[in-house]
Ligand binder design. Structure first.
Ligand code: BES
Ligand code: MN
Ligand code: ZN
Length: 504
């Protein structure tokens, strides 16, 4: 999608649809919308007076304006109460408008930034938010539909953000371009997740990583196969992979945007390209959804893609352990004891607790970089959704400052994460009678005992863990998130890294 910025009057904007936000409680349109309403002979004011539009957050209305207004359609969206508008509220408003524009098959959409003047955040941030939301809201996954009728053949092609004046226009333009880059990277990750398990195999993900590396001179890729994993004694990753004839891959992406000696930030993403549970097999109910068990890996690939495109002045490493988890005659079994690359022995009590195993070897691999910080993203536990619901990821780790940093980045970008405790008592729950640790921790605190397990391997560097089991997928659409893969983690990691780059 092309994203551009213009400054001027709303009545002069040419587009298939012009989106304008209105606040709740106003008797008539305010600001730039007031001038537009005047050009329309009070059409919007009449709509409000008739009681058909109150400006409640998320409310929409479609009007067909006449000259001198140049836009073909006028799409109104409620912004809620002026004093309550947040950046996330503005994102949602842009998302509603984008969906409405797609419904009427608009090819060009203009969106007024005027309502965002009520925000604390600068206009540029609102422009970034709007660009992101429009691109995120109009994402579709229809490449497997062979019936042309069902495909959106004329998707939204241009977004024009309309600023009320030229103040800070350069920054607004730069921010909207950034928003576009970041949202496109999130959609790249979404697609990888939405692809079926028989397509997005470990080999496929490795190929995608290679393609990313080709697009930037500062990006290099290395892909480890079984022989290299054996040399590194990655018994945990290899243990999970044993049940599948699909070969595992360990993807290493290195982005060098910082000084040569600067310690990198390492991002680790779980990529179980299909999780059947293995011998501890899952119920068949909704098992198809477990194709999404590679969302952490996809988010890491997406984040690296954005970081390279934005040329962030940082060193960043992406590690993606990728495998299937299937039952077979060669699969690992409950009761098995495996040895991870750190030398730690693990008693397997449930082969469905496989994510933490492949992450164990990845977190050990991370050590060689002496990371300035390491963040892992993983669809790790159903228990995380029980604890926190779908509105945020679970956030745990060994470094309070890093946890706080991730939490704040999440609040700013609309991908929230919330801390859970990681007290010593939780570590007790994963002690094994026969090995160093066991791979499950009993009934209580499942998201936390999974993190406690990871902590055994994330030693010697600041580490945070995001359990994205709940946030990486939605079954009911949200204002700027269609059904299916959400791309959660891409925007969060890019925001986190941008903040690091700005303060270093
Ligand atoms: N991939 C699942 C977690 C998951 C569940 C992700 C639902 C997305 C949606 C993970 O590998 C798993 O199976 N975890 C088990 C852990 C248990 C065996 C200790 C779980 O959550 O039930
Ligand atoms: Mn599992
Ligand atoms: Zn899993």
């Amino acid at each position: 999608m092309k994203v551009q910025v213009t400054a001027g009057k709303l009545k002069d904007v040419r587009a298939d649809a012009l989106g304008v936000g209105l606040f709740q409680g106003a008797k008539r349109p305010e600001g730039e919308a007031a001038a537009l309403d005047k050009a329309l002979g009070g059409l919007i004011a009449r709509l409000i007076k008739a009681g058909d539009f109150e400006g409640k957050a998320g409310q929409t209305a479609l009007l067909y304006p006449e000259a001198p207004v140049r836009a073909k359609r006028l799409a109104l969206v409620g912004l809620g109460k002026r004093e309550e508008l947040t950046l996330e509220g503005f994102r949602k408003a842009a998302g509603h408008i984008a969906k409405l524009a797609r419904l009427v098959r608009a090819r060009s959409l203009a969106f007024s930034l005027d309502g965002a003047e009520a925000l604390e955040e600068p206009r540029a941030e609102a422009a970034q938010a709007a660009a992101e939301a429009v691109i995120l809201a109009t994402y579709t996954f229809d490449e497997y539909k062979t019936d042309g009728e069902k495909k959106d053949k004329k998707p939204l092609a241009t977004l024009t953000l309309v600023a009320p004046d030229r103040r800070g226009l350069k920054a607004v333009k730069a921010a909207s371009a950034e928003g576009r880059t970041i949202a496109e990277a999130a959609c790249f990750a979404r697609r990888l997740v939405d692809l079926p398990g028989n397509t997005h195999t470990p080999t496929y993900l490795a190929r995608e990583a290679r393609r990313l590396a080709r697009a930037s001179r500062k990006l290099t890729v290395r892909v480890l196969g079984r022989p290299q994993m054996e040399r590194l004694k990655m018994g945990a990753l290899l243990g999970v992979a044993k049940g599948s004839s699909e070969p595992p891959r360990f993807i290493v992406l290195e982005y060098k945007g910082g000084r040569a000696k600067e310690k990198p930030v390492v991002l680790v993403g779980k990529a179980v390209t299909f999780d059947s549970g293995g011998i501890s097999i899952k119920p068949s109910q909704a098992m198809e959804e477990m194709k999404r068990d590679m969302a952490g890996g996809a988010a890491v690939l997406g984040a690296i893609k954005a970081v390279a495109a934005l040329k962030l002045p940082l060193n960043v490493v992406g590690l993606v352990p990728a495998t299937e988890n299937l039952p077979s005659g060669t699969a690992f079994k409950p009761g098995d004891i495996i040895t991870a690359s750190s030398g730690t022995t693990i008693e397997i009590l449930n082969t469905d607790a496989e994510g933490r195993l492949i992450l164990a070897d990845a977190l050990t691999y991370a050590k060689r970089y002496k990371p300035a910080a390491c963040v892992d993203l993983a669809t790790l536990t159903g228990a995380c959704e029980i604890a926190l619901g779908k509105h945020c990821a679970g956030l745990m780790g060994t470094d309070e400052a890093l946890i706080e940093e991730v939490k704040e980045a999440g609040e700013a970008c609309g991908e929230r994460a919330w801390p859970l405790p990681l007290w010593p008592e939780y570590h007790e729950q994963i002690k094994s009678d026969v090995a160093d640790v066991k791979n499950i921790g009993g009934r209580g605190g499942g998201a936390i005992t999974a993190a406690a397990f990871l902590a055994k391997f994330a030693e010697g560097y600041p580490w945070a863990h995001l359990d994205i089991a709940a946030t990486s997928w939605v079954t009911t659409e949200l204002p700027y998130i269609p059904k299916g893969a959400t791309g959660y983690g891409v925007r969060l990691m890019v925001e986190f890294l941008k903040r690091r780059a700005a303060s270093s």
